[in-house]
Write a protein that binds this ligand. Sequence first.
Ligand SMILES: [Zn+2]
Ligand SMILES: [Zn+2]
Length: 195
Amino acid sequence: MRTLLKGVPHALAQPVCDALLGEGIESRVVRPFTSFAGYGPTPPAEIVILNDDETTRALSVAAECVLALASQPAAEAEIDLSKLPPALRVACPACERALDPRLAQDGTIACACGARHDAIELIVNQHGPEALESCTESLESSGESPTLMHATVKCVHCGYELEGLARRGICPECGKDYDKAVCVLHPYLAAEFKK
Ligand SMILES: [Zn+2]
Ligand SMILES: [Zn+2]
């Protein structure tokens, strides 16, 4: 058993714990004992996990949950149309010209006939959802969390915004190792995880 997070605000503690349980990670919300139980604001909680081996995954799940609660954009940015097979074309529903969906701007394809279409909608309608696999494949195969990949979090060492960078890496500003999950959770991390 290990304390994963400390001083977690009431509003975060239970959702994070639920997210961990949802991923099969046994966890509990622990509230420090207070002699004035029932009075004043609910004290911040600790989150413990029962199996130490799951720490890395638990940090990742907890970070994603915290990000989701902060309503960071995620799902929209997960499809990278530039990774479509170069030969893939969709037909303009208005004039039937063949269009290259990789040229879509902000997800919209403009046809020479003047019509504009949602690129993902055309691909799914004409080629099925599996045609988008290549656009998300690299994230999945590398085990990266799309939410964390696209999250704008600050380097815990220097405050640099790590936008669009990998889940883990070297901060381009200060040159130290970063882990976005740790950055997100930093205010609540148990001391042993803070470097
Ligand atoms: Zn057209
Ligand atoms: Zn830095």
